[in-house]
Design a protein around this ligand. Structure first.
Ligand SMILES: [Zn+2]
Length: 186
């Protein structure tokens, strides 16, 4: 919105407030939820974090990943229990940690791992068809980093519900997700 339009809108709101026009009949408008991520401790994976955010932002409109602090803190370490770990599913505050050695050992594409962990933050769990390269949440020794239409729709729905379904819980176990062979024919 341009500055002029914003001012016009504010003036309009003030006018409505002054005359006391009831606004209850107005269409409820769902605000876009913004989740801030801080990749300052993601080391060499920081560019992939930005790319992953861009991929999700391109596919959904009900939620937006934006650079900033106070939201999801992303860091990279050498060794851990899984290629990546997200501290929560469907949350605006939390942590994501990536582990270099486990990414390499898994055989999955690094960007796929990054997009996957953000998928958890955005509300997605693992599907039943682990190894399906078409789904970024299915892990597998795959390179594809583009969520499929189903995954995008699920995220879109999740954040369109006005947060009703958000239950910030524990993280998920990604220790045996990415080293699963890619499903043949997927
Ligand atoms: Zn996972």
């Amino acid at each position: 919105m341009s500055r002029t339009k914003l001012i016009a809108a504010l003036v309009g709101l003030a006018a409505i407030a002054l005359v006391g026009t009831p606004t209850a009949t107005a269409e409820p408008r769902q605000a876009v939820r913004t989740i801030y991520y801080d990749a300052s401790r993601a080391a060499e994976l920081a560019p992939l974090v930005d790319q992953a955010a861009q991929i999700w932002n391109t596919g959904v409109t009900s939620v937006r990943l934006a650079k900033g602090t106070g939201g999801v803190s992303v860091s990279t370490a050498q060794n851990g229990p899984a290629p990546g770990m997200a501290s929560c599913v469907g949350c605006t505050r939390g942590t994501i940690t990536f582990y270099r050695n486990q990414i390499t050992q898994s055989g999955a594409g690094p960007l796929r791992v990054v997009v996957h962990e953000f998928g958890h933050i955005l509300g997605l769990n693992h599907p039943s068809d682990i190894g399906n390269c078409d789904k970024v949440m299915a892990g597998g020794r795959c390179d594809n980093a583009q969520p499929n239409a189903q995954e995008l729709a699920a995220v879109q729905r999740f954040w369109s519900r006005g947060f009703a379904g958000v239950v910030p819980g524990g993280g998920v176990d990604d220790s045996r997700i990415f080293d699963v062979p890619a499903l043949v024919g997927a």
